[in-house]
Design a protein around this ligand. Sequence first.
Ligand code: ATP
Ligand code: MG
Length: 256
Amino acid sequence: MTEIYDVIAEWLTKDFGKVTAVKDLELKVRRGTTFGYLGPNGAGKTTTVRILSGLLKPTRGKASVCGFDVYTQREQIKASTGLLPETPGVYSKLSAVEFLEFIGALNDLSGEVLMKRIDRLLSLLGLEGRQNDLLESYSSGMKQKVLVASTILHDPQLVFLDEPTSRLDPAASALVKEIIRAMAKETETTFFICTHMTDFAEDICDIIGILTNGVLTTLGTPQEIVENVDAKNLEDAYLKIVGGQVDRSKLLSWRS
Ligand SMILES: Nc1ncnc2c1ncn2[C@@H]1O[C@H](COP(=O)(O)OP(=O)(O)OP(=O)(O)O)[C@@H](O)[C@H]1O
Ligand SMILES: [Mg+2]
């Protein structure tokens, strides 16, 4: 059986003026798998996701997403993927149901199918009873839940989640994790997840990539990465690979 890859990137590069946000990225993500993208602030994760989801053109290199080219087939990419952006906006004067109806319509969903999906997702995420309240009255975590729902509503082939658990309480994070796990197991959905939560990534990702200064330095299963650097767990491995241990004596030196 030939393998299908929902992401194939070759020498993919993005420059912003003098800053190279992503440099010569080589990456393949197999259909139906969950890929975790880790790396320090400013490493280039969001830039990669913006390119792969059709929002931003690369400077050079090649990439295809769900079989579509990132330069010439961005509309097809948007139709086949779902994106939870890093700093999403919601229409605050819409209710959760109205917002999801709007997102559904953008993805050619309507009628009974759409309403059933919206009802089920909102109740799964514990928002039933509040579904007709305006989003401006929601807490930030409640908005994040509605955004997660909007990302998977049209059952996309590939789901990009840029820090999905930021703003979520531990129970909601665990629920999102279970939704991802169930979709990954029972459907052929591919997930591409940027996260700083190493335990979250270790739990659900088949493959992890670590990006540092725009360069993919590490790629493997969580277990391979942990074993390669003789670490206790993925957090420990990440800190060994990326650094981040600060000399204790320096911590309060800013006061003197
Ligand atoms: N629109 C832009 N214009 C100029 N520089 C940008 C732009 N977007 C990103 N950058 C730069 O590209 C680099 C990578 O940023 P990016 O947002 O991709 O990082 P990230 O890995 O998602 O970080 P974080 O973990 O903080 O979300 C940074 O140096 C950033 O300043
Ligand atoms: Mg980011």
